[in-house]
Design a protein around this ligand. Sequence first.
Ligand SMILES: Cc1cc2nc3c(=O)[nH]c(=O)nc-3n(C[C@H](O)[C@H](O)[C@H](O)COP(=O)(O)OP(=O)(O)OC[C@H]3O[C@@H](n4cnc5c(N)ncnc54)[C@H](O)[C@@H]3O)c2cc1C
Length: 477
Amino acid sequence: VPAAPRETIERPSASAIERAKKKLTDRLGEHRVLVDPEVLEPYSRDYSHGGRFMPDIVVRADSADDVQAVFEIAREGRVWVTPRGLGSGKSGGALPIHGGIVLSMERMSRIKEIDAADMLTVVEPGVITQDMMNAVEKEGLFYPPDPNSLTMCSIGGNVACNAGGPRALKYGVTRAYVLGVEVVLPTGQKMRLGRRTIKGVTGYDVAGIIVGSEGTLGVITEITCRLVPRPIAVETALVSFASLDAASVALTKVLGAGIVPRTLELLDHQALDAVRKKTPGRFPEGAGALIILETDGASKERAFEELERAASVCLEHGALDVLVAQDEVQRQRIWEPRRVLSVTLTESAPKKMSEDIVVPRSKIPEMLRRTQRIADRHRVRVATYGHAGDGNLHVNVLYDASSEDRAERAVAEVMEATVALGGTISGEHGIGLCKREFIALEQPAPLIALQKQLKAVFDPEGILNPGKIFPSRGVRE
Ligand SMILES: Cc1cc2nc3c(=O)[nH]c(=O)nc-3n(C[C@H](O)[C@H](O)[C@H](O)COP(=O)(O)OP(=O)(O)OC[C@H]3O[C@@H](n4cnc5c(N)ncnc54)[C@H](O)[C@@H]3O)c2cc1C
């Protein structure tokens, strides 16, 4: 079958950009419309390996009305619009790859309501995730999804990517907490989707389609999130193993014993070496892999009892050592290197490609073995860590300019191995730009075509975030 033709999307013409700049400035004021290349530069990149793409204009929206105005002007001039939260994305979803307008939601950062009786919060999309968590915790409530980027990402970005995090093992991902959203569609229509109630099945789950749509169907301007009671006690332990194989077997045994900790985070020896360099002395010598084990509950006794049971299973299955945090300071000392691990690895090699595959839990040991064989075959370094309790592994290929081709082949083979083991190519970062050429490994052509039709319903003129999720060459059936 001959390859499908590559899609052609041109940058908007210079005259279309000039007209859009003038209209946007007239309508929204100069302070919301940025055009100075120096000021635009940070909006040309995110935390992915997708590259740098300069936008022509950045609009910092203050309201859903501003978003509507942007779409109206963008449609008139056929200027692309790329929504952006705080730019911590790891799949290039917020990169304006064909120029045009970056629509930044960073200023829409109000927490509008925290309703303790109905256990929900209503927020604007630009709220920093950690700020929202802190605000609801003050009211005795809890928002569980905790991407490790929680100080540098927005709740709108989390909803757009259906973000996960360490605690997803026990509590589920962002989707489980989104009751409703307000969106502005590229047609300019503003809509409320979903509800304020815990249950509700009226009509199709259109709010559910927006969750995880990676800024390709509409711009989220408000979110209603379900909350749960704040756990009273949390217990954290660092469990060390001689090898990654031993650690990955132990974590499946913990879950097999019917224990559901709130986190089971895995670090392999490459990841461990990187954090050791930053924080010498913090991790046990001789360890070839680590698990961060955390439990929570309605009392200290219950949380501790669960931690003890899980730790015993680990010790029965080869753990070398279990260090239990005695207080909050020690807890943070265990977590802090994990939270910054992605950035630490970026600093540890000239280049990094970071994947977030998921395999069925029982296949984790086999996936790790296959990954190592792929790395050896292509002579690249691979550091693996992640939310292994739910099968989500961050496979980081570390390389330099001279090994770019080999690194790309290694990534492609990791994706193939993932799908062959019954897994999925993205657990939480999304497909965006970086993984779009791999989606056809996992999904058949008719399913990709169906999703493109859905995109066309939301965005008939194709002006929102073009060039994302779907393969650049299209897919032949
Ligand atoms: C150190 C580090 C650790 C990380 N750990 C995790 C983790 O544990 N779990 C996890 O899931 N992710 C993790 N990430 C990835 C990233 O933080 C998440 O994908 C996050 O949800 C992105 O939020 P953001 O506000 O930065 O969005 P951006 O990067 O700005 O945008 C991401 C995508 O969302 C779209 N978007 C943003 N806001 C809106 C909106 N209001 N309406 C419509 N579309 C929108 C954009 O178009 C883009 O496609 C990590 C990243 C880093 C750098």
